[in-house]
Structure formats: structure tokens, C-alpha cells
Design a protein around this ligand. Structure first.
Ligand SMILES: [Zn+2]
Length: 251
């Protein structure tokens, strides 16, 4: 009695025959490809890129706002300096007026003083406008800071999600690599080489199995002669249609 016929299809390790090992190898490789594809197409990845682009735009705006604020503050300082200077000048004029009785001097100094007072009034008005502008700039800066924080929080969330998915995916890949290694050890060098060569040019699928009168991958029904040739041949052969390794029996 052949022991092979008593072996269930779920056998593992050294109890596996080459046909079963080849199909396990194929299953493991498909599993690896699927996980990699899944990780590559994760919506998180696209969302992360979108979020980063948004954050960069906000950062550019924030730095423009900072430039405006610095310019405004510099202008305010200039106004304050000029205003203080004018206050001194007005005090000096007042002193000159108080110290003299010469009408012409008084008239001339008064004219200067009025000029300084007018300039101070103009500065006060401009300072008011500038204060409004600086207030608006302040609001914009606060908005930008809030948006930057939101982006950073979302970014951290997405990265955590991506890592989690990546870790889960890596565990699946590691498990599949384990099954692959176990299977590969039971497959002949010749079949392994053919399998690797074929799967590279056939969309990742190098092995198939006979199901009824067709191959489980290309699914084109064989002619009687093709079928009988397979059935009388070795356990592992080549599909005459798609040219993949085909497990005829033993799986
Ligand atoms: Zn085929």
C-alpha cells in the first residue's frame, strides 16, 4: 500500500510531497505579493502625501505672515521713536517761547511747533491703522498655528496607522516566508528554477494544478491527447497551454 494516499492534503513539513510543496510555495508567494500590494495601495499613504503638501503650504503662508508682522513691528518702533523725538522738540519749542519776548522768534517757533504737533497727530492716526493691521496679522498667525497643529496631529495619526498596517503586513510576510522556506526545501532544484523563471514572466504565478480537464490558472480545456499525456506523465509537468508547472497528482 502506498503511504502517499493516506496523507491528508493539510500535511506539513517533511510529510509533504513535492506536489504539495510546490502548491504551498505558490500560495506563499501569492500571499507575499498580496500583502506588498495592499501596503503599497493603502489609502493612508496617499492621505499622508496630501497632508504633507497641505502642511507645507501652511508653513509657507505662516512664514509670509511672520515677515509682515516683523515689518509692522519695525514700523511701529519707528513711529514711536519719531513721536518721542517730536515730543522733545515740542517741549524745546515751548521752552524757547517761554524764554523769549521776541515776537518774531515766538512766531517762528510756534510755526515749527505746530508742524511738530501736526506730524504727531498724523503718526497717531497711522499708528492706529498699523495697530489694526497688526491685529489682523496676529489673527492670521494664530489661524496658521492652529492649522499647522491640526496637520501635525493628523500626520502623527496617519503615521501610526501606517506603521500598524505595516507591522501587521510584515507579520503576514514573515509567516508566508516561513511556509515558502519549508516548501522550497522539498522541491527539486530543477522544478524550483523553472518555477522562479516562469513566475517572473507570468504575473507571479509559476505553478498550477490539474482540475478536471483543465489547468487551474489558464482554465482552457485540454484536448484528449494533451490530457492523457499529462495523466501518463510525471506528478509535476508543464501546462501545454500556459506553460506553467502543473501539479498533475499528489496534491
Ligand atoms: Zn495552464
Amino acid at each position: 500500500m502506498k503511504t502517499e494516499s493516506l496523507v491528508p492534503t493539510s500535511v506539513v513539513g517533511s510529510l509533504m510531497n513535492e506536489s504539495q510543496a510546490l502548491l504551498q510555495l505558490q500560495e506563499a508567494d501569492i500571499a507575499i505579493l498580496r500583502v506588498k500590494k495592499r501596503l503599497d495601495s493603502l489609502p493612508i499613504k496617499a492621505a499622508l502625501i496630501k497632508e504633507r503638501t497641505k502642511r507645507n503650504e501652511i508653513e509657507v503662508k505662516a512664514s509670509q505672515i511672520e515677515v509682515l508682522r516683523a515689518q509692522g513691528e519695525e514700523q511701529a518702533e519707528k513711529f514711536q521713536d519719531e513721536d518721542a523725538e517730536l515730543a522733545d522738540k515740542i517741549a524745546q519749542c515751548q521752552k524757547s517761547i517761554d524764554d523769549t519776548k521776541d515776537f518774531r522768534v515766538i512766531t517762528s517757533v510756534t510755526r515749527d511747533m505746530e508742524g511738530h504737533i501736526k506730524r504727531r497727530e498724523k503718526i497717531e492716526f497711522d499708528m492706529g491703522l498699523l495697530a489694526d493691521r497688526l491685529g489682523k496679522i496676529e489673527d492670521l498667525a494664530a489661524q496658521a498655528a492652529k492649522k499647522t497643529k491640526q496637520c501635525n496631529d493628523r500626520d502623527a495619526e496617519l503615521i501610526a496607522e501606517y506603521r500598524k498596517a505595516g507591522i501587521a503586513g510584515q507579520a503576514e510576510i514573515d509567516a508566508a516566508l516561513g511556509r515558502r522556506e519549508e516548501a522550497a526545501a522539498l522541491i527539486s532544484r530543477e522544478h524550483l528554477d523553472s518555477y522562479d523563471r516562469i513566475r517572473k514572466v507570468k504575473g507571479g504565478i509559476g505553478a498550477t494544478k490539474l482540475e478536471g480537464n483543465c489547468c487551474s490558472v489558464c482554465r482552457i480545456e485540454y484536448h484528449d491527447s494533451q490530457l492523457s499525456q499529462l495523466q501518463t506523465g510525471p506528478d509535476i509537468s508543464t501546462c501545454p497551454i500556459c506553460h506553467r508547472l502543473i501539479v498533475v497528482r499528489g496534491a
